[in-house]
Ligand binder design. Sequence first.
Ligand SMILES: Cc1ncc(COP(=O)(O)O)c(C=O)c1O
Length: 505
Amino acid sequence: MLSYASFIVTPKHYVLSGMGVWSIFMADSRTNSAAGPPPAFGADLHLELRGPGLRAGLTDALREAVRTGRLATGSRLPASRSLAADLGVSRTTVVDAYADLVAEGWLTARQGSGTRVATRVPEPCRAAPDAPRARSDEHRPRYGLWTGEPDLTNFPRTQWLTAARRALTAAPHDAFGYGDARGRMELRTALADYLARARGVYAGPERIVICSGFHHGLALMAQALRVRRVRAVAVEAYGLDLYRDLLRNAGLHTPPLYVDEHGARIDDLARLRGVGAVLLTPAHQYPTGVALCPERRTAAVEWARATGGLILEDDYDGEFRYDRQPVGALQGLDPERVVYFGSVSKSLAPGVRLGWMVLPEELIPEIVTAKGHGDYMTSALEQLTLAEFIASGAYDRHVRSMRLRYQRRRDELVTALRQRAPGIRVAGMAAGLQAVLELPRGTESSVVQAAARQGLAVRGLTQFGYEVADCGWRFPERDALVVNYAAPSDSAWAGALDALCRVMP
Ligand SMILES: Cc1ncc(COP(=O)(O)O)c(C=O)c1O
């Protein structure tokens, strides 16, 4: 039998209307008035209570409403006592339904702020409201360990807002104009200071160009390389196909360099023809998690000096090292041969879409030209906010706090595997947001599938491998999982870890 409930979300109150249709105003759940029609500004939410069990029916209906976005992120649910009274069910039914949804990560319950829709619900995709509740529903990913994202629920909203307010208040009038294609001087100055201090980057503000993240910076670079008639950019044999595709779409060949436990095999550059640049993740190879060893760092710089080539250094998560001080950026070895790329996508959030390039002097006009042709500049207000965020010390504090959180997560991952799957080795350094779990030969795809059946989305290392037929070496037969332990919210982490351990061979 179907019954219908209708939530009306307003800042005021909620009521019960007759005939099995509930109209509920959710924000102040202590006020309960049956009088008067719902205010016109309320958002009507239709709930279908299905099946024989009241608790299961209510849980399903609320989950569905959150999943499809009809119950908005952060909105407050009615107090259990009031909702129970209005629905004519026991309070335990409502309390249990809420508890189930908190455990699943759809809702959060905090002393003093009630039960709210979680800021990051477990399933990113929004199913059509009437999608059939088919078998596949059981298998939808409840936990995501596959994205490259940091824990978005820990975005420092308050501090960011403070920085934004200060930045906007202090912004000169010219900040609202088109401005310098290199980006705001305030941000370039703050970054020059931060990068020199934290990453050993040699960077006067005049060498820095702001972009909308690494992806954008690499696109500008590819454009400049094409103008220079470069034909190929060597890449690490493991990496994101996104960046390889970007280079290829710009008309560049992308011969791969073999990656072993010392990082990319730089010696192989000498055997490749027409290579004008090499794209590296020296501090923490993505995704295998090794550092480029000192000899190869030197060899890379020597190759660049000898050939006039460029090293494109993607320092995507250089701040996150847990066992020692982070290794400094390669750029410090030769600022005229290394282009340094950084972004806030791991340290803050990818949605901010801010990144930077620290350029050899001779490249600055070429990159500025490329930037001027396409995306002239990144939002000045976001830049000023980030400048203020860095200059006030909030960025350092946030990175330090996230470093502790991610380190704890990584430790918990290592400990859980040691106890529950002692045969599985965690490869790579204690660093970054992802770890590589070595699996027995031939098990990778079955483990990925088993994980999916547990509601756990995770990727196999094979998906990051990149090989060409005539590269002169064979890809190692390596079965592994790439686990982004940083992505789940705090409330989802324990469940994700448990599900991961359960599928380990
Ligand atoms: C290897 C690597 N480089 C760079 C980035 C940052 O990219 P963007 O700044 O475009 O978000 C990421 C983000 O996930 C990454 O995985």
